[in-house]
Design a protein around this ligand. Sequence first.
Ligand SMILES: [Zn+2]
Length: 102
Amino acid sequence: MIDYLNQQEIKTDPATVFRIVNMFKEKELLQSIQLNERKIRYELSSKPYHHFVCEQCGAIQDISDFSIKAVEDEIQEKRHIKIKSHSLEFFGLCKDCQNKTN
Ligand SMILES: [Zn+2]
């Protein structure tokens, strides 16, 4: 991953990359695959994932515990389509940032 970022001339320090990868793993956005080699590979998790991103501090909150099944059902019924998967992102201000601006 670091090699890839270097190739793209994206300057970052490894600690930051690992911190972000670990956060994505904790949130089950990424899953690690260990093949018979010295490196660890990551792939995007297939689990439906809903999250909120704070536009000010970049904090990501998992909001998968809020069901959007009703919305999905409504879309399927009204549009006569079959939804197999989805991704949802909400953007705004987290609680801390709202308190800072007030
Ligand atoms: Zn924030």
